[in-house]
Ligand binder design. Structure first.
Ligand SMILES: Nc1nc2c(ncn2[C@@H]2O[C@H](COP(=O)(O)OP(=O)(O)O)[C@@H](O)[C@H]2O)c(=O)[nH]1
Ligand SMILES: [Mg+2]
Length: 215
């Protein structure tokens, strides 16, 4: 396992260097199946597409359903099928980005394979790690799958339109998260109603401008 991680870190470091050189801000988006990753990417596209050039890499075990959803919005999307693999690895991203003109891209969003376990261990060379937890999954998931929640920059709590249908306890979630990851930014969102989308768009835009300053 240590060899596998070391090889992955090597590729991730090379990806990160390339992204930095080309001025691309890269989000590694992780969550369970059905938490709303693709819906979230579509919302992000609608909020930023007029000011920034966006591309998407979709990771799934099989099918090209999600990349077709993205392409239907006129945004470039590359599908990676892992053929059963439960996470993306940096080398897969390295191959996929050969098909992108990074010079023309400001923001690259990578939808990782739906899974709260394995993606946490494999850096892709991203600038930020964003995890989505959706309300129907329950507020206890950070307790049960701590690693992915410990290592994220932003936690998006999606499907807040469903809060009243469940016993999801936001205070309990926030308390657990402060213990696991005191620096995390928590954003509440409904991809269905777009409530909370502005705060997310503001966060990304600040990061994009910061990248521009450095680059
Ligand atoms: N009620 C509600 N449903 C949502 C929300 N976001 C996504 N969904 C639904 O959840 C399902 C899974 O969404 P999808 O974006 O495909 O999730 P993914 O598997 O994580 O990419 C779809 O039926 C979406 O319409 C939300 O904020 N509220
Ligand atoms: Mg999806």
């Amino acid at each position: 396992m240590q060899d596998i991680f070391a090889v992955n870190e090597g590729h991730a470091g090379e990806n990160a260097e390339l992204f930095k050189r080309k001025g691309v801000f890269v989000i590694n988006l992780m969550a369970s199946p059905g938490a709303g990753k693709t819906s979230f990417i579509l919302g992000t596209i609608s909020g930023l597409r007029e000011r920034y050039k966006i591309a998407v890499i979709e990771g799934d075990l099989a099918s090209k359903v999600d990349s077709e959803r993205i392409r239907s919005q006129g945004v470039q999307s590359i599908q990676i099928n892992t053929g059963g693999g439960c996470h993306l690895e940096a080398n897969m991203i390295k191959q996929a980005i050969k098909h992108l003109d990074l010079d023309g891209i400001d923001l690259l969003i990578i939808e990782n394979v739906g899974n709260l376990v394995c993606p946490a261990d494999f850096s892709l060379g991203e600038s930020a790690r964003v995890v989505i937890l959706s309300v129907p999954e329950g507020d206890d998931k950070p307790l049960k799958y701590p690693f992915i929640f410990q290592r994220c920059d932003v936690l998006v709590v999606n499907k807040i339109d469903m809060l009243e249908l469940t016993d999801f306890n936001m205070k309990r979630l926030e308390d657990v998260m402060r213990n696991l990851n005191s620096d995390v930014k928590i954003l509440l969102l409904s991809c269905r109603t777009a409530s909370g989308l502005d705060a997310w768009i503001d966060w990304v835009e600040k990061e994009l401008n910061r990248e521009g300053d450095i680059g």
